[in-house]
Design a protein around this ligand. Structure first.
Ligand SMILES: *Cc1c(COP(=O)(O)O)cnc(C)c1O
Length: 398
């Protein structure tokens, strides 16, 4: 078979037609989430990492329908706030299926989580550990190791985790103050394209398991966080390859009998499920001699596309005319565009260094299809900047 071209590099045959049909009479911008993909991505991860417990990172896409479908499939959940907890409780999800994974917590929120039945907490600092001991006695705690996030398109570096010497002391102390030092966690950075980063992190875990064991603390769990990929412009490996490699790293360090493993996927579950449908609002030329145009669309940094900060995440963008891939066959059909959002903030530019090649005959009012936008879009959308309502979601299947 020929290698797919155009939008077929990202969608299955027929899916674009379905989105187009769905979008026909609707006012843009909006996100279409295909639940079939949420299920498929979850099932694939489960199949490829059969030994792991999945805790979906709610922040990636907190839509009720998404959460419900994952809950039905047996997912657990990584929650960061009491608000996420309450949302999940309202959907009937029990506290044993939740991990309070934020290392930054108010003491009263820990008390709330404990009162509601949550018994699994992440931590990376002495002060937070003391708060957990006071408000959630006897709970299981896992300690987050610092990863620098290199190799990731959306690094979570520096802010979370601590160095091994700090973690060592926390684990020793946890036991003394009535908590159960249960495991370690790390997050190699979101959209991590260098699989070797898991090797480093797992090796650090092995080292910590051994040194803590010598000190009389036997950890039982490794939480490998998220970082698994979605399909953007920058190529990444398939989830099968990630899973195979990560499993190999675990076996190399821990043998056949490795600890309880948790993963917290967000992006890899939700990203590919979404298409953000937008519209060209204005096309302009800032100088008569520029070879590129400015293309202003009705979705921007404040309307769900904040991960374009520093042009970190490069979403595939198609118009109806470019979807087939035929335009690409002849460069003279294309023009370079700087793509910007609709608001009155000058940082609301999506791609300026990376110019997108699109139909040179693009018209104002043409629809733009921004792919792989199921994760980290609606949850990041501003509520009323310039009066623009938050990004709307339609849930569908196709
Ligand atoms: C955001 C987050 C995740 C999800 O990461 P992805 O790269 O989107 O899979 C997992 N764990 C924690 C603690 C997070 O904060």
């Amino acid at each position: 078979m020929d290698t797919p071209s155009g939008i077929l590099k990202f969608l299955k045959p027929g899916q674009f037609e379905a989105v187009k049909e769905f979008a026909k009479d609707k006012e843009t911008p909006f996100l279409v989430v295909n639940l079939n993909y949420i299920e498929k991505n979850f099932d694939e991860l489960e199949k490829n990492l059969p030994y792991a417990k999945i805790y979906y990172a709610v922040k990636a896409n907190p839509n009720n329908e998404v959460i419900k479908i994952l809950a039905e499939r047996g997912s657990n959940f990584d929650v960061a706030t009491i608000f996420e907890m309450d949302q999940l409780f309202s959907l009937g999800i029990s506290p044993e299926r939740m991990s309070y994974g934020n290392t930054i917590k108010k003491e009263k929120d820990i008390a709330y989580a404990y009162e509601k039945g949550i018994r699994l907490f992440a931590t990376d600092s002495d002060s937070d550990l003391n708060k957990i001991a006071r408000q959630a006695p006897g709970s299981r705690v896992f300690f987050r190791i610092l990863c620098d996030g290199s190799g990731a398109d959306w690094p979570l570096s520096r802010k979370f985790g601590a160095h091994p010497d700090v973690i060592f002391n926390l684990a020793i102390k946890a036991k003394k103050i009535g908590l159960e030092p249960y495991g370690l966690s790390f997050h190699v950075g979101s959209q991590q394209r260098d699989i070797g980063q898991w090797d480093n992190a797992i090796a650090q875990c092995k080292y910590m398991f051994d040194s803590l064991s010598e000190a009389g603390i036997d950890l039982k769990m490794i939480n490998m966080g998220g970082g698994f990929p979605s399909n953007y412009m920058q190529p990444s490996n398939d989830i099968e390859i990630y899973a195979k490699e990560v499993t190999r790293f675990l076996e190399e360090d821990f043998g056949e009998d490795f600890p309880e493993i948790i993963v917290e996927p967000g992006r890899s579950i939700a990203g590919g499920s979404g298409v953000l449908v937008s519209e060209a609002v204005l096309i302009s030329q800032k100088s008569v001699t520029n070879h590129y145009s400015w293309l202003y669309i009705d979705a921007g940094k404040f309307g769900g596309l904040i991960e374009t900060l520093d042009e970190a995440i490069k979403y595939p963008i198609f118009t109806e005319s470019s979807a087939s891939g035929e335009l690409e066959e002849n460069e003279s059909n294309l023009k370079e565009y700087i793509i910007a959002g609709p608001t009155c903030d000058s940082m609301d530019i999506l791609y300026e260094q990376n110019k997108y090649k699109l139909d040179k005959n693009l018209k104002e009012g043409d629809k733009m299809y921004i792919l792989t936008t199921g994760a980290y879009t609606t949850s990041y959308s501003a509520v009323c900047f310039n009066g623009i309502p938050p990004l709307k979601t339609y849930i569908t299947r196709f």
